[in-house]
Design a protein around this ligand. Sequence first.
Ligand code: AMP
Ligand code: ZN
Length: 134
Amino acid sequence: MCIFCKIANGEIPSATIYEDDDFRVILDLGPATRGHALILPKNHYANLCELDDEVAGKALIVAKKIGTAMMNSLGCTGFNLVQNNGEEAGQTVMHFHIHVIPRYDGGERIVAWTPGKTTPEEMAEVAEQIKSAL
Ligand code: AMP
Ligand code: ZN
């Protein structure tokens, strides 16, 4: 059993803020901001590609619930959902999870990238490449 399996199923104690039949939501041990939470399915899925469709649908509803509660309780003025898949994407725990990161006025906005450049030709090529695998 992986560490998030043990936490999600209550074998390792955690700062739990929400629990239902499918999920446990805990506070992150290394919070990006005050209230940073992790939505953990109780069953093990390594990443989004492996996630059961029904659980995937429910996960976004839980994210909505948690984000709304944060907005109504913590004084944050926004929040990010972050979900990493694969080491190259920054995933360090190979049990699917969604980060819910409250954002506060004047705080940093960490989820960011430098906008690049592309061409219509390249966009068409990339679009075809992805569509061919759907
Ligand atoms: P990721 O990089 O998307 O795989 O995120 C893993 C997250 O899990 C990091 O933000 C860690 O701080 C957090 N984390 C790792 N172990 C624990 C734990 N035992 N309890 C709570 N959060 C944890
Ligand atoms: Zn697991």
